[in-house]
Design a protein around this ligand. Structure first.
Ligand code: BG6
Length: 508
């Protein structure tokens, strides 16, 4: 059964007029396992609230928080309300909150204990009666990989026979290829691939999706999007924050498992993929997985790892990684990784993709820069070859969301002096609307059953197989950590990686 969406918020802004609203999701109950964790408070509830504010949730809706912590329904509501007020992107509206709060329940349980599942089933049945959620269930697994198998089995055994059941599985999806395969097998024993939504929140970012719009909705970019015209690609996922109290997780993960294995490789796949024949989940994911498969495993010389020492970030003194609470003072966990990758196919052969991701870098910035080959010959008298800078198309994923093109222009005056100028498209200016958070889009897509922006089993496995090779050669030697100062752009080895090829990282 579908319901109509009230379009008022979309049409308040004249620049948004004409944008089509999608169909409304079915009535449904959302169960969040791991409801006492940070993600639920910082991201999931603020996203649900923003969706409720825009009337994008079904009116027949319920949310059940489930975690080990003992808490009453009211305590849970209060905690989530504080999260919405602190982390939400919209001003707080009491009426919207009351609407959501009325539909919220909490169940304290031990994941391994069947009685907890029975309690959830009881609450879900009550929601079906009271809120009309019609037996449709979306389970959000915001729990460590070790807890997933038990939950999946229990949920599979108690699944509702009346409506649909879907699972959202948070990252990290395993810690290597073997564990990811085991996790996929456990999931697929109880659910079909079409019911499993492996989340990579980067895919929910508007600007990441805009990369697809830029490439495939415009005629001018695709003909030059290849080895003939592109010199190289640079992808940066830089963060100024440290590990934010997540030492237990980060010590095990490091930058390679936390960001490189998922967000970074997805950005490479979206940049390099062939045009899909349509925008259905399988067409898009088929093209991405081809890129991941074509990726040549980099040798040890083409991967650089780093760990930050003390330094200054945005004017404030910050401790070294090894001094963060909960971190081993001799830790060899990397907080930075950069690599030179190749996609061995007809379109990209011999075109390097330089990627880097790190914590405590000079500033927060995620960009994809496509650097084109230089003009072959300057026909101007006073201009030497070295004065001509290459054209660069930069997708600014965050912050300053937009796209810019760098090209040479004549400086006004006598003679012919050239300078690089920027032609900018800025989201804020063009659409005059706030940008939805990735989790809003992804939760909504899952409620609609659209898996296009979620990672398929084969993609996750390809990603791990690349990471496993890198981790294996890292085991052979002990890095001299720390090797970059907090607040800088990473270890000098990363600069050497580019310098050896006669190139340099973009400065900002
Ligand atoms: C998460 C990582 O997946 O992505 C974090 O676990 C990281 O360590 C975060 O900070 C970055 O996301 P965003 O949306 O802030 O770029």
């Amino acid at each position: 059964m579908t319901e109509t969406v009230q379009p008022e918020l979309q049409h308040e802004n004249p620049l948004m007029e004409g944008l089509k609203l999608r169909r409304a999701p079915d009535p449904c109950a959302l169960v969040i396992f791991g409801a006492s964790g940070d993600l639920t408070k910082r991201k999931l509830f603020p996203a649900l609230y923003s969706l409720a504010l825009r009337k994008l949730l079904p009116s027949r809706f319920g949310v059940v928080g489930a975690a080990r912590t003992e808490e009453t329904d009211d305590d849970f509501r209060e905690r989530m309300k504080a999260g919405v007020q602190e982390f939400g992107r919209d001003p707080f509206n009491q009426e919207t909150w009351d609407w959501l709060a009325e539909r919220m329940r909490y169940v304290a349980l031990d994941f391994a204990d069947e009685t907890g599942q029975l309690e959830i089933v009881k609450v879900l049945n009550e929601l079906d009666d009271k809120q009309g959620t019609s037996g449709n269930r979306l389970y959000y697994l915001a729990v460590p990989p070790s807890a997933i198998a038990t939950i999946v089995k229990e949920v599979g055994e108690h699944r509702s026979t009346d409506g649909w059941t879907r699972l959202i599985v948070e990252k990290p999806f395993g810690r290597d290829l073997e564990s990811a395969k085991a996790l996929n097998a456990e999931l697929l024993e109880n659910f079909n691939e079409s019911e499993i939504f492996r989340i990579d929140h980067y895919l929910g970012k508007e600007t990441v999706q805009n990369l697809l719009a830029l490439r495939f909705a415009n005629g001018i970019f695709e003909p030059i999007w290849n080895r003939q015209f592109v010199d190289h690609v640079q992808i940066t996922v830089a963060e100024s924050i440290g590990i934010e109290g997540r030492a237990a997780f980060y010590e095990q993960a490091g930058a390679i498992r936390d960001v490189f294995q998922n967000h970074m490789l997805q950005l490479v796949a979206l940049t390099a993929m062939e045009p899909p024949i349509d925008f259905t989940a399988d067409s898009v994911r088929n093209e991405k997985v081809k890129v991941l498969r074509a990726m040549h495993t980099p040798g040890p010389k083409h991967v650089v790892r780093g760990q930050y020492g003390r330094g200054y970030v945005e004017g404030e003194e910050v401790p070294a990684y090894r001094e963060e609470p909960g971190v081993d003072p001799n830790s060899l966990t990397e907080t930075y990784v950069s690599a030179k990758l190749y996609v061995d196919n007809w379109r990209w052969a011999d075109t390097p993709f330089y990627v880097r991701a790190g914590k405590r870098l000079a500033r927060r910035e995620t960009t994809i820069a496509i650097e084109f080959k230089r003009a072959p010959h300057p026909p101007f008298e006073d201009v030497g070859e070295g004065d001509l800078q290459p054209n660069v198309l930069v997708c600014h994923i965050q912050p300053d969301e937009g796209v810019s093109l760098e090209f040479a222009a004549k400086v006004p005056g006598q003679g012919l002096t050239l300078r690089t100028v920027h032609m900018d498209f800025l989201y804020g200016g063009a659409f005059r609307t706030g940008i939805p958070e990735a989790y809003e889009r992804l939760i909504l897509d899952c409620l609609l059953g659209d898996a296009t922006l979620f990672t398929r089993a084969d993609e996750v496995e390809e990603q791990w197989s690349l990471v496993d090779t890198i981790v294996a050669f890292w085991k052979r030697d002990r890095p001299a950590f720390p090797n970059y100062e907090a607040g800088t752009w990473g270890p000098s080895g990363a600069d050497d990686l580019m310098r050896r090829d006669g190139r340099a990282w973009r400065r900002h």
